[in-house]
Design a protein around this ligand. Structure first.
Ligand code: HEC
Length: 73
């Protein structure tokens, strides 16, 4: 009797595991459309990439909101 209960529990777990396999989703970053940069933005990009990536990996702009970026920059 105990074995039967155990086996049906296992079957339920296995069925659940198979049915809920998540589909691979595309990372949101990959779908971001490249924007045309104004000269001012291009200068900022150069400045950011040139001065901020010397000591550590560049942080994504989306890692912080506008208020959080102010003291950092
Ligand atoms: C002289 C080296 C150096 C330069 C240049 C530098 N950083 Fe950093 N930065 C660090 C160190 C050290 C840390 C702390 C360790 C870490 O998080 O990697 C840090 C941390 C940070 C953090 C995380 C802060 C937090 O609260 O977790 C951000 C964001 C950041 N830097 C942005 C910038 C930006 C933007 C620039 C360019 C304006 C810049 N960094 C230039 C050395 C530098």
């Amino acid at each position: 009797m105990k074995t039967k209960v155990w086996l049906s529990a296992l079957a339920v777990v296995l069925l659940y595991a198979c049915s809920s396999t998540p589909k691979p989703t595309v990372a949101p970053e990959a779908t971001v459309v490249k924007k045309e940069l104004t000269p001012e933005l291009a200068e900022g990009k150069n400045l950011y990439e040139g001065s901020c990536g010397k000591c550590h990996q560049l942080y994504k702009p989306s890692s912080y909101n506008a208020e959080e970026w102010k003291p950092i920059v």
